[in-house]
Design a binder for this molecule. Structure first.
Ligand SMILES: Cc1cc2nc3c(=O)[nH]c(=O)nc-3n(C[C@H](O)[C@H](O)[C@H](O)COP(=O)(O)OP(=O)(O)OC[C@H]3O[C@@H](n4cnc5c(N)ncnc54)[C@H](O)[C@@H]3O)c2cc1C
Length: 405
């Protein structure tokens, strides 16, 4: 095994302590590497984001291997049914829990629950040093290590590390400073997200309904609540935010066609413009990008975070194997193994979410016929339905082999 080059302060510096960056640290905390996480926000601010995520079965497997699922599961919701439908077309495609022979088809967890669990786990590890309220100002590459220039509370400091991982989100200052180009586009839509409470007796179904102006996702949360992701053209999304609460609930009820009874709006409505983006490269010497720093997709189907969690698990496997074999983890030849693994798999999901959004978010009648034939096919042909389910739950593609706990 190669000893850390004496000039380096740590082996791995992860910039961005969001769910993806923290998952990578959790996967490597017992790998014999010294890890520093650099996060711009305070611990409390980091966990406060008002968002819930659909978590795929692959993400569940990864958190189980990391020994975290037992803490996460009691605080999140699961769903055993998925209902897919197209605006006013009467046929609904039903996915059932028995289709995959698993306890659930997916899970929905709030940002706070995932971040707090990861913070707790990493806080107990002597191998992991969290630096909150710290910004990265620059990065330079040396022969044995990269140098990160950090700023915290007005003080500047240099951190030397064998590898820098950019988990710093869609705008990734690190990616931009490294001159890594991206391809993609901004959509004409924004997503309005909010939480409702209802009084229906059941709350174990996830709905994705495609409307002419954009899809609407309904995801169950604990306590008879649901997280809603309502996609609409930008101006319409802003108009939805401006409505008073009673009118907004009326609109929502009309859109969901009376699906819920006793509706109550919980918390704020927020709007996010959405984009598709893929970095031309995920790696260069002493730098790797994961999560939204490497790619972003339309929220339809709830894929973005799940892709990032799979990036983290894949990179962890590559780094652990390389470290055990005595290789330099910052060497670009090692890092390319991660890029070859993940860039193609992510590209497929990015293309699929783009296709779904473009095909369904319009009234061009030849396309309406094609997509309804597609839904008809999914409805009638079970192997096709199972393939779609396995694609969206992350079960297709290479499985990361992480250390068991
Ligand atoms: C409306 C909407 C709904 C969505 N729903 C789902 C869903 O149901 N399921 C799903 O899988 N995905 C979903 N997504 C996608 C998901 O939100 C993202 O893919 C995910 O949050 C990306 O996580 P990340 O850790 O890569 O980045 P982020 O969550 O953006 O974290 C980046 C971190 O880096 C820190 N940072 C940034 N710059 C610096 C710096 N210079 N120095 C130090 N720290 C820095 C930030 O403070 C932040 O903590 C949705 C997205 C949207 C917009």
């Amino acid at each position: 095994m190669v000893e850390t080059a004496p000039v380096c302060d740590c082996d791995l510096a992860i910039v961005g302590g969001g769910i993806v960056g923290a998952t990578l640290a959790a996967a490597l905390k017992d790998a014999g590497l010294r890890i520093t996480i650099i996060e711009a926000q305070s611990p409390t601010a980091l966990s406060q984001r008002q968002r819930a995520y659909a978590l795929s079965l692959r993400s569940q497997e990864i958190f189980t291997t990391l020994g975290l699922w037992r803490q996460i599961l009691p605080r999140i919701a699961s769903f055993g049914k998925i209902r897919l439908s197209d605006a006013d077309y009467g046929r609904t495609v039903a996915f059932e829990q028995t289709d995959l022979d698993r306890p659930a088809l997916g899970y929905v967890g709030e940002h706070r629950v995932l971040v707090e669990t990861l913070q707790g786990d990493l806080g107990r590890s002597p191998q992991v040093d969290w630096r909150y309220q710290t910004q990265v100002l620059g990065m330079t590459e040396g022969e044995h290590c990269a140098e990160l220039e950090l700023e915290s509370g007005g003080t500047r400091q240099i951190l030397k590390t064998r590898l820098v991982v950019g988990a710093d989100g869609a705008r990734s200052p690190l990616r931009q400073r490294a001159g890594i180009q991206t391809k993609g586009w901004k959509y004409w839509q924004s997503c309005v997200t909010f939480t409702i409470r209802h009084q229906n007796p059941d709350n174990d179904t996830a709905y994705e309904r495609f409307w002419y102006d954009g899809p609407m996702g309904v995801l169950p949360l604990p306590g008879n609540r649901c997280q809603i992701v309502w996609t609409a053209p930008h101006a319409q999304a802003q108009a939805l935010l401006a409505l008073d609460e009673a009118t907004f609930i009326e609109r929502f009820q009309a859109r969901t066609q009376g699906l819920f009874t006793g509706l109550e709006l919980m918390g704020d409505r927020l709007a996010f413009p959405v984009q598709l983006m893929q970095s031309d490269r995920y790696v260069q010497s002493r730098l790797a990008l994961i999560g939204d720093a490497a790619h972003c997709c339309h929220p339809v189907g709830g894929q973005g975070l799940n892709l990032g969690i799979r990036d983290a698990a894949a990179l962890a496997e590559i780094l652990q194997t390389a470290h055990n074999a005595g290789e330099d983890i910052g060497n670009v030849a090692v890092l390319r193994r991660y890029e070859r693994w993940r860039r193609g798999e992510n590209g497929i999901i990015l293309a699929f979410t783009d296709l779904l959004n473009r095909c369904f978010s319009n009234r061009f009648w030849p396309l309406v016929i094609v997509r309804r034939l597609g839904l008809w096919g999914l409805f009638l042909i079970r192997p096709l339905r199972l393939f779609a389910l396995r694609l969206m739950t992350g079960l297709l593609g290479r499985t990361p082999r992480l250390r068991g706990v």
